[in-house]
Design a protein around this ligand. Structure first.
Ligand SMILES: Cc1cc2nc3c(=O)[nH]c(=O)nc-3n(C[C@H](O)[C@H](O)[C@H](O)COP(=O)(O)OP(=O)(O)OC[C@H]3O[C@@H](n4cnc5c(N)ncnc54)[C@H](O)[C@@H]3O)c2cc1C
Length: 228
């Protein structure tokens, strides 16, 4: 299988914003006709599934643990980076992009890392709105610390349990959509294979880890969020 990143064209700092402005929109009435499979319910999968469901798509989400709450995201301790420059110590989207590419040993997809740095600011706001109890200074503002050897303080944290607190926020958003009937959650299901039709991922084959039964699930698109 040929792996294509499908990174949009243009200057790196405009690629994804330009793509977002040019991509075809799906009308709200049509969204419910589309079905998306999300494999994984850690920070990536749970937030993708909840966001897609919130937009109106029908979602089926899979994980192999007993509960989405057991994803490995729970182990992250140090914190989450955002180029908010609260400390006025010279941070910027470019510096976060540069440090992340360097921290990834220059093996990451640079355009996607740039997008992450761009939206890092909104990610913190979304997490706060979801109720993630980030550490605060006595004045009430969100606290930051320097983490991972960088020279600026851009890491937002919740004591030594940032991943656990973030996962609680993502899990709540996921559960809300499960309750609304927008997401069907299959825990204790292990994906065995991806179904590809005409170059597009259209389904998965899974094993029910309790009964051992092998099942197939089809969709219009498949999101693989199976681990960082
Ligand atoms: C100890 C530790 C500390 C860390 N500290 C930090 C930190 O301070 N700051 C930071 O930014 N990052 C940190 N990280 C990295 C960060 O936590 C991870 O990159 C991130 O949480 C990964 O999220 P994820 O949703 O991609 O994957 P995961 O949370 O691993 O979720 C993977 C999901 O995929 C599912 N899955 C996988 N394979 C299958 C399959 N075959 N079938 C069905 N389901 C499947 C699992 O059930 C699970 O739900 C840390 C990581 C660790 C381990």
């Amino acid at each position: 299988m040929e792996l294509r990143a499908n990174v949009p064209s243009g200057p790196i700092e405009r690629k994804w914003e330009k793509h977002r402005s040019e991509v075809h929109l799906v009308s709200p009435t049509n969204k419910r006709k589309y079905h998306v499979i999300v494999v994984g319910s850690g920070l990536a999968g749970a937030s993708a599934a909840a966001s897609l469901a919130e937009l109106g798509y029908r979602v089926t989400c899979f994980c192999y643990q007993d509960s989405p709450r057991r994803a490995h995201s729970i182990a992250a301790q140090g914190g989450i980076n955002a180029a908010k420059n609260y400390r006025n110590d010279g941070d910027s989207v470019f510096r976060l992009f540069y440090d992340t590419v360097k921290g990834g040993d220059f093996r990451s997809r640079e355009a996607n890392v740039h997008r992450l740095a761009e939206v890092s600011v909104q990610i913190i706001d979304q997490c706060v709105a979801q109720g993630v109890p980030f550490a605060r200074e006595y004045g009430g503002l969100l606290d930051n610390r320097s983490f991972g050897g960088v020279q600026v303080s851009r890491t937002f944290y919740a004591r030594g349990q940032t991943g656990q607190q973030l996962l609680l926020g993502a899990y709540q958003a996921l559960q809300r959509q499960i309750g609304l009937g927008q997401i069907a959650m299959y825990s204790r299901h292990e994906m065995l294979d991806l179904v590809v039709i005409d170059g597009r991922a259209r389904g998965i084959v899974v094993r029910d880890m309790v009964t051992g039964a092998v099942e197939r699930h089809s969709a219009d698109a498949v999101v693989l969020a199976t681990g960082g």
